[in-house]
Design a binder for this molecule. Structure first.
Ligand SMILES: Cc1cc2nc3c(=O)[nH]c(=O)nc-3n(C[C@H](O)[C@H](O)[C@H](O)COP(=O)(O)O)c2cc1C
Length: 176
């Protein structure tokens, strides 16, 4: 698929077919795309916790409880993308922690790979970090960065048109 065709195909899906599970082989193929993502100094400071219907139902409930939106219940599975602050590269000059940068790349690889498999995803960052951390027993040096609900879009799912700035607003040739 031409890259921008795939980039256009990915959208924030907020209406899934709850009854159509994501096969674990497909989930692993998607997570392989995250494994291939670049990271600062190749530290790969990530762990992806997958919660699907083969996991304990209490975990699914905990995810739903951490992000109180009706639509999130329609997803058959969730990927909790976690960043390891101890593994991540910190820039020497100012100590900048690159966990968020690295995780963002890997997460978007997941979203694009999922779109390539006909699956819908949505980045979710507006969740209750404490609830997820405690439900999943996440250690203190690991941060849950995003929840990615994932599944097949519902038949009646609406796809919003892309609203983006114009190219001349975001590209500067030479200087700012
Ligand atoms: C870092 C990040 C955090 C986001 N957090 C949420 C969220 O908590 N809830 C939500 O519904 N959408 C969330 N989104 C989705 C954005 O609203 C969405 O990507 C944006 O409106 C563009 O729409 P599109 O993804 O359909 O192209 C997030 C996206 C990003 C990149």
């Amino acid at each position: 698929m031409a890259f921008n065709t795939l980039a256009l195909k990915r959208y924030s899906c907020r209406n899934f077919d709850r009854n159509k599970a994501v096969d674990r082989d497909i989930m692993l193929a998607i997570l392989e795309s995250a494994r291939l993502a670049p990271s600062a100094c190749n530290r790969q400071p990530w762990v992806f916790v997958v919660i699907d219907d083969l996991c304990d139902a209490s975990l699914r409930s905990a995810v739903i409880d951490s992000y109180n939106r009706e639509w999130v219940k329609s997803a058959p599975a969730y990927i909790i993308a976690c960043g390891n602050h101890n593994e991540a590269w910190h820039r020497q000059a100012d100590g900048k922690d690159h966990t968020d940068v690295d995780l963002s790349i890997a997460i978007e690889h997941i979203c694009l790979a999922a779109a390539d498999h006909g699956l819908g995803t949505c980045w979710v960052c507006n969740f209750d970090v404490e609830k997820i951390t405690s439900a999943l027993n996440i250690p203190s040096h690991i941060e849950p960065i995003a929840i990615i609900p994932i599944g097949y879009p519902a038949e009646d799912a609406t796809i919003a048109t892309k609203v983006r700035k114009n190219i001349d607003e975001i590209v500067k040739w030479g200087s700012f």
